[in-house]
Design a protein around this ligand. Structure first.
Ligand code: HEM
Length: 487
């Protein structure tokens, strides 16, 4: 089994071949005590809990040490140690427990407290780099009460209602993408630009032209985001990372200052959306100085996730012409009486929304969900003390046949039978008060992708799979070539 896994890790996206093995382990576990939760055992540390010391211990390996193909490593550990095990963090005495299974994930989030943390290693490593370079932490990288202040102040712009205002500008962006994709070939560059323009729309309220400043800023952001994992896995600061971070901040400031100047001159954006930068300043949510910091990080570090998910989404529908036809019908029926899809139409488009959901399941954006528990609790039958790091194997769970029938098949219809899908088995945007801030906007942008591409082109591909890797999220590491035939 071990050699199969190692071989699998070198193949394209083949780590999920381990799903059979995972099912064996899960079946064994679920017949034991771990499935016999009652509400009280989930949320509180009870006398019935087994002591922490009895959790199987993994020696000599840390989950952040081998970022490449993390799911394969987790599958191997699941097979060997079961659905809960513990390990020492790299270079520290602190324990991390790793859990598999929706009940354990639920228990982890239930104990995250008022200021959730993604873990000591994550927080400390990143905040050290920020502090050393005198970078002010933005929402994603702030901690404790400082994070809470930022997140609460900015909560209005994370709502669906806020995102919905962007539908018309996103249609325009979709029309731009339709042109950029023309001719087919590797779709990643066009989707990268489109995703960046989308995040810029959210932040600035403008559909930006990709001039030299934007292009350089975008490249710096990408490099910065993708090298974040090196900060987690190495104690040494990477000078490239610092240089990129500085370039990103300098250009981010220039872009925001340009926007601020236009705002002061009373010049409108080129869309109906104000953009969070303007809104935050006008509403006094943040000072202009602070708004620059948050907006720079949002714009530079978030678009990569959307770009990759968009790539996976178009690839999967290109492989299934009949699914594409169904989507085409769903969209054209909705647009028989009016030209542009509205939010009300979108709410009726189940297949379209389920294609997005299924992409996020099939290509899990994060291998692990991280939290520090802030109270003594019980997880998977063990007493877990407050302050313990918990890692949930979200990537592996998305492909576990215990939770998803035929997990390796792209089957959007599975989401219609909601009752068969367990809560907490698939959380592509995380969960709780520290879940993805851009979730509603990112979802809408992915819906708008299908709305603009499917009616215009028939997609096809001869490619069978995509080589992927985890950096800050799941990334397509090779060209993804599609043929686009105009309808
Ligand atoms: C499909 C695209 C995206 C995916 C799959 C994704 C996924 C995630 C995930 C898994 C987290 C961690 C959540 C947790 O720890 O519970 C996160 C955090 C975050 N995301 Fe996203 N994201 C996407 C797009 C975006 C966009 C477009 C934005 C901004 C416009 C954004 C802004 C953020 C921020 C600021 C955080 C940190 C939140 C905090 O610490 O309070 N994301 N995202």
């Amino acid at each position: 089994m071990f050699s199969t896994l190692v071989r699998a890790s070198r193949q394209r996206y083949a780590f999920f071949a381990v799903h059979k093995m995972a099912s064996i382990v899960v079946t064994r576990q679920s017949s034991g005590k771990t499935s016999d939760y009652c509400h009280h055992r989930l949320y509180s540390n009870s006398d019935e809990s087994k002591p922490f010391s009895e959790i199987p211990t993994v020696e000599g390996w840390s989950p952040t040490a081998t970022a490449e193909d993390q799911n394969t490593n987790y599958a191997r550990l699941l097979e060997r140690y079961g659905q809960v095990y513990k390990m020492r963090e790299q270079g520290s005495d602190a324990w991390t427990i790793v859990v598999h299974g929706p009940k354990a994930v639920q228990a982890m989030y239930a104990s995250e407290g008022r200021c959730p943390s993604r873990g000591r290693l994550f927080t400390e490593a990143i905040s050290r780099v920020y502090k050393d370079n005198k970078w002010r932490p933005s929402m994603a990288f702030a901690g404790g009460q400082e994070w809470r202040r930022i997140r609460l102040a900015a909560r209005k712009q994370a709502t669906p209602k806020w995102a919905w205002q962007a539908l018309d500008p996103l249609h325009r962006l979709g029309a731009w993408l339709g042109g950029a994709l023309n001719g087919g070939g590797d779709i990643r560059p066009a989707l990268g630009h489109w995703a960046y323009k989308g995040t810029a729309l959210f932040v600035l309220g403008d559909i930006v032209d990709l001039d030299h400043t934007h292009k350089t800023f975008m490249r710096a952001g990408l490099k910065f985001t993708r090298s974040l994992k090196s900060i987690l896995t190495s104690r040494n600061q990477n000078s490239d990372f610092v240089e990129t971070g500085n370039t990103m901040r300098q250009l981010g400031r220039q872009i925001m200052e340009r926007r601020y100047q236009r705002m002061k001159e009373g010049r409108e954006t080129n869309t109906t959306l104000p953009g969070v930068f303007e809104e935050w300043i006008r509403e006094g949510v943040f000072s202009p100085e602070e708004a620059v910091v948050h907006c720079t990080d949002l714009m530079a570090t978030s678009f990569d996730a959307t770009a990759n998910m968009a790539t996976f989404l178009l690839f999967e529908i290109a492989k299934q012409p009949s699914l594409q036809e169904q989507l085409y019908r769903e969209i054209t029926i909705a647009t028989t009486t009016h030209r542009r899809v509205t939010i009300a139409d979108l709410q009726q488009m189940r297949l379209l929304r389920d294609c997005v959901k299924e992409t996020l399941r099939m290509y899990p954006p994060m291998a692990i969900g991280r939290r520090v528990v802030t109270m003594d609790t019980t997880i998977s039958g063990y007493a877990i003390p407050s302050g313990t790091n918990v890692h949930a194997t979200m990537g592996l769970m998305s492909h576990d046949p215990t939770y998803f029938n035929e997990p390796m098949r792209f089957k959007p219809d599975r989401w219609r039978e909601k009752d068969t899908i367990q809560s907490f088995s698939c959380l592509p945007f995380g969960f709780g008060s520290r879940a993805c801030y851009g979730r509603r906007f990112a979802e809408l942008q992915l819906y708008s992708l299908l709305l603009s591409v499917v009616p215009r082109y028939k997609l096809s591909t001869t490619q069978q799979s995509i080589q992927v890797e985890y950096s800050s999220g799941l990334v397509a590491m090779e060209p993804v070539s599609l043929t686009l035939e105009a309808r």
